[in-house]
Design a protein around this ligand. Structure first.
Ligand SMILES: [Fe+2]
Length: 292
């Protein structure tokens, strides 16, 4: 899968620079020039992170319960081999979860506060391909046409977001993954509809994406995401993952603060406060609509 590629990116970094510490590499764009000792060929076997195209590696600190995005263009692989044939043994759960990660990349890359023509076209195109293909990829694992479409869409979304980066759906999802071990794609798609609603107060760009799906408004887009999520049997709230209210309340401020500090927050189209992130988290815990 893709976390093994992310782990390899870190092994590569520490192989080239054994003296670097983890604290050095989690500072954004702080990795020195790689390729002094090795080159990197990425061959993904899931269609989700797009890590074969990106300068990003996500690393979990299990002791702190925090996921760190390590960001540097040095980490972009030299070669990516995107062969849908390698995905046909993926289970329906992993197909669904990883596909929803790619969907979140496409939407967040399109609305990020960095304008980039390449990201615009690739994110819009990949979002459309994911809506057109993910349901079938889950239902028909050996359909190679659909597998290749999802694999291409994941790489296209990766290409888009390595140019324009992501937003607070990822900032929130990194914490849900680090603290509660919610799979990354599931965490993204739990928060994405409410993040669309929150961000729609600051940008009209969700309407462009709704148009691709034959719809009109940001709320339409949020609901299309919820429908796709339900169609492929993915949960819609943190509570449904089995996190108790007691545990949730105990950690809420901690994870809200950590998501505020996540590098992805800096690229979000609407600048959130810690308090707003906490309120989005709370709505996503309960599975209700946010109105902020
Ligand atoms: Fe992601």
């Amino acid at each position: 899968g893709c976390s093994s590629i992310d782990a390899a990116k870190m092994m590569w970094t520490f192989y080239e620079y054994p003296e670097l510490t983890f604290e050095d590499v989690i500072k954004p764009f702080n990795i020195p020039a790689l390729r002094q000792k090795a080159r990197f060929v990425a061959i993904p076997t899931t269609s989700g992170t797009g890590t074969e195209m990106t300068g990003l590696a996500v690393i979990t600190d299990n002791e702190k319960g925090v996921k760190y995005p390590v960001v540097s263009y040095e980490l972009t692989p030299d070669v990516a081999i995107i062969d849908g044939n390698l995905c046909k043994i993926m289970s329906d759960r992993i197909t669904a979860n990883t596909g929803l990660d790619a969907l979140t990349h496409s939407i967040e890359a399109y609305v990020s506060n960095i304008e980039d023509n390449y990201a615009d076209v690739l994110s819009k195109g990949s979002m459309e391909m994911i809506f057109d293909n993910l349901r079938t990829a889950v239902a028909e694992p050996e359909n190679l046409t659909v597998r290749q479409n999802m694999h291409d869409a994941s790489a296209m979304a990766g290409f888009a977001f390595t140019n324009s980066w992501l937003g607070i759906a990822h900032s929130l999802a990194h914490q849900l993954g680090g603290m509660y071990h919610i799979p990354h794609g599931v965490a993204n798609v739990i928060v994405l509809p409410n993040v669309i609603r929150f961000n729609s107060k600051a940008t009209n760009r969700f309407e462009d994406l709704a148009t691709v799906l034959g719809k009109q408004t940001a709320e339409d887009l949020a609901q299309e995401v919820e429908t796709l999520r339900a169609d492929i049997n993915v949960i819609g709230s943190v509570k449904d993952f089995g996190v108790s209210e007691e545990e949730w309340t105990k950690n809420l401020k901690y994870i809200a603060n950590n998501s505020f500090a996540d590098p992805c927050t800096g690229f979000n189209p609407r600048k959130p406060t810690v308090d707003e992130l906490e309120q989005i988290f709370q709505a996503c815990y309960e599975g209700v609509k946010v109105n902020l």
